[in-house]
Design a protein around this ligand. Structure first.
Ligand code: GAL
Length: 729
């Protein structure tokens, strides 16, 4: 009996030891040390690229992921977009472009890892930085600080995502692809600015995240105060000089900017492939072991997802895969070649710190060696103007200006960042469907006495009224003009001044457009000032205020205002200047066409459209519709909107985004020399052209025939010149 108990006890002990070993090895499958992220016991040089799932369609995902894999990536990095997933409190959406689990599973199937940036603050030129607008109206809430209502909401969402990933077994220790997560985003500068509550908040965020026991490391980007065990990482055009806040953390670069985002009114940014490759090689030779291209595929800001300060619908970013899913050459190929050279050097890179030899002011040699004899060398010439000849182990190597050569065996220079062997691609937009038959419907200009308006004293902040259900808010009031007003006789019209916090404005007097203004890139605020044609008696003043995305960045950006906050004044009356700001105003959120769902087949039949000679042309506030068949083939499609002004486009009821081809790019687009420090203002393209002329139409949104295309035009345009184009390289 006694010996049976003894046996049993030993068995239990052995089982317990095995179990705990099993658990600890499960827990330890992804970890890190000072050199690198360690996956299943192996230090890795990890090459990563950002693809944001809602910026393309599920039908595009497999191809994008495959192209990333072919480009030599190990990891796909994405943010998680809270406002897309929880459009109203507790009502979740994980469908279509927001099918996060499907996206991650596709990455897994392709054999790649995932870096999941849960945030939930994402910045990302995404509406409201990813926060749902309802969060702003939670009582007492303050974003991104030590604020209880905010922390409660943030924890709930982060837990929701982590639990979802766990139940789908998507973390690496569960056999899934997620090797890393991110909490917050670039909180360092905010913490520095706001002090104690910022510190308390980041300590809380770190503890909350780590407490969720995902089994994989958490990172905080651009936050050198990141508490252990969280790894702080670098974002920027260059990160070679970055050091994590503790000597036992690896040197990681979460955002290597491949280009930059386009804004309506700005030129199109371009970052030369040579400089990007140089920046990455420089990071790796300086002991960097993880880098992520932000963006690898930028994609499209469909719908109203683009953030404030006029971020365009295209989020192409000059990324290695272009907005339409085609390879952006030579960038894609040049980076693929770089990745090959880095992978060949991996055994040496993960084994040692480099030995650095300085050869004069601008040249260096970095050598990595492993105990087992692997050797890799990086030869660098930082001189932006002159080439250099470097002697290494009795061999001479020629280096162009601003370049690095990689010698994975310390002998053969297999790659130089300034020597491109991939061919450049020239993408063309070729018209495939022209001469569409359009019909038009004129949006009505409402007035203060309409029944379906909301009347209040004074001027109200726009988002407070619309809750961002639409870009549009009508501010409606009446102006009484006595018959003895001097200007009625003299003809000198009074001056109307409207001050708005942004972002665009149309002024209608008695139903007629008096003027249009919009904010500029650096300043969303605007002022309308114009003489207005008023008559004796009651005049209807209808102001259409238009938001172009909510802010996504800045200290307490939740407090930033949109819309007409005044003053609104009339100057040149008998009484002098009349302040209209405090009188009664009526409000109407959204357009009539929006409330009738004119973008859908069902909705569009609820109004009478006109065509032929009656077709509205160059008229403000006009809806247009047509139908078309899907062009043959697989080439990606777009709409050439060159003849239009500003508004929004829908295909079969789905918004492909805001159009604003009338906003012409101002800036300097001089010569582009890859050598020398890059900034987003260097090498810009497309000056004096529309910032965005073409708008991506995902193939998967089309049926073979009878596709409904609806355009709402604010400024006035000629729809007959809109054409469907295919993008070919
Ligand atoms: C970073 C930010 C990203 C994105 C980027 C600019 O600072 O973390 O989310 O906004 O800037 O494209």
């Amino acid at each position: 009996m006694g010996s049976i108990w003894k046996m049993l006890r030993i068995n239990i002990l052995v089982f317990a030891v095995l179990f705990s070993l099993a658990c600890s090895s499960v827990r330890a499958t992804v970890s890190y040390n000072n050199k690198a992220i360690i996956i299943n016991g192996k230090r890795r040089i990890l090459i990563s690229g950002s693809i944001h799932y809602p910026r393309s369609t599920p039908e595009m995902w497999p191809d994008l992921i495959q192209k990333a894999k072919d480009g030599g990536l190990d990891v796909i990095q994405t943010y998680v977009f809270w406002n897309g997933h929880e459009p109203s409190p507790g009502k979740y959406n994980f469908e279509g472009r927001f099918d996060l689990v499907k996206f991650i599973k596709l990455v897994h199937q392709a054999g790649l890892y995932v870096h999941l940036r849960i945030g939930p603050y994402v910045c990302a030129e995404w509406n409201f930085g990813g926060f749902p607008v309802w969060l702003k109206y939670v009582p007492e809430v303050e974003f991104r600080t030590d604020n209880q209502p905010f922390k409660v909401a943030m924890r709930r969402f982060v837990e929701k995502i982590v639990n979802m990933m766990k139940s789908e077994k998507l973390f690496e220790p569960q056999g899934g692809p997620i090797i890393m997560s991110q909490i917050e985003n670039e909180y360092g500068p905010v913490e520095w600015e706001i002090g104690a509550p910022g510190k308390a908040y980041s300590a809380w965020a770190a503890k909350m995240a780590v407490g969720l026991e995902t089994g994989v490391p958490w990172i905080m980007c651009k936050q050198d105060t990141a508490p252990d065990p969280i790894i702080d990482t670098c974002n920027g055009f260059y990160c070679e000089g970055f050091h994590p806040n503790k000597p036992y953390k690896p040197k990681m670069w979460t955002e290597a900017w491949t280009g930059w985002y386009t804004q309506f009114g700005g030129p199109v940014p371009h970052r030369p492939a040579e400089d990007l490759a140089f920046a990455v090689a420089r990071f790796v030779q300086n002991n960097g072991s993880f880098f992520n291209y932000y963006m690898y595929h930028g994609g499209t800001n469909f719908g109203r997802n683009a953030a404030g300060l006029f971020v365009a619908t295209s989020y192409d970013y000059d990324a290695p895969i272009d907005e339409y899913g085609l390879l952006n050459e030579p960038k894609w190929g040049h980076l693929r070649d770089l990745h090959k050279a880095i992978k060949q050097s991996e055994p040496a890179l993960i084994s040692s710190y480099p030995t650095v030899t300085r050869l004069g002011k601008n040249q260096e040699i970095h050598v990595f060696r492993s105990k087992s004899g692997a050797c890799a060398a990086f030869l660098s010439n930082y001189d932006p103007t002159y080439s250099a000849k470097l002697t290494f182990r009795n061999m001479q190597y020629n280096l162009p200006p601003w370049s690095i050569s990689i010698l994975p065996d310390c002998k053969t220079a297999v790659y130089n960042t300034a020597r491109i062997s991939s061919k450049s691609s020239q993408a063309k937009m070729v018209p495939v469907t022209t001469g569409l038959r359009w019909q038009s419907y004129s949006e009505e200009t409402p007035s203060a006495d309409d029944k379906d308006t909301l009347t209040m004293e004074g001027l109200w902040e726009q988002i407070n009224v619309t809750r961002d259900s639409s870009d549009y808010l009508w501010y409606l009031t009446e102006v009484n003009i006595a018959s003895n007003e001097g200007f009625l006789k003299s003809g000198g019209w009074p001056l109307l001044t409207v001050m708005s916090a942004g972002h665009a404005l149309h002024v209608f007097i008695n139903g007629h457009l008096s003027g249009t203004v919009s904010g500029s890139l650096n300043n969303p605020k605007l002022t309308y000032s114009g003489k207005v044609n008023l008559r004796a008696g009651v005049n209807k003043l209808s102001l259409l205020s238009v938001a172009v995305g909510l802010p996504n960045i800045g200290l307490h950006y939740e407090r930033w205002n949109t819309g007409i906050l005044g003053p609104v004044t009339l100057k040149g009356l008998n009484e002098g200047t009349r302040d209209l700001s405090r009188q009664k105003w009526s409000y109407k959120a959204g357009l009539k066409g929006e409330s009738l769902s004119l973008d859908t087949v069902g909705g569009s039949s609820s109004v009478e459209w006109v065509e032929g000679s009656l077709l509205a042309q160059k008229q403000p506030l006009t809806w247009y519709k047509t139908t078309f068949s899907a062009p043959q083939g697989n080439d990606p499609l777009g709409l050439d909107m060159i003849s239009m002004g500003k508004g929004e486009i829908w295909i079969n009821g789905q918004s492909i985004g805001r159009h604003w081809p009338a906003y012409i790019a101002k800036g300097s687009c001089g010569d582009c020399n890859y050598a020398g420090t890059f900034t987003e203002k260097k090498c810009q393209r497309n000056c004096s052209q529309p910032s965005q002329r073409w708008y991506h139409v995902p193939r998967s949104w089309l049926k073979p025939s009878g596709n409904l295309l609806v355009v709402f035009e604010e400024w006035g345009g000629d729809p007959t010149k809109i054409s469907l184009v295919k993008r070919i390289v």
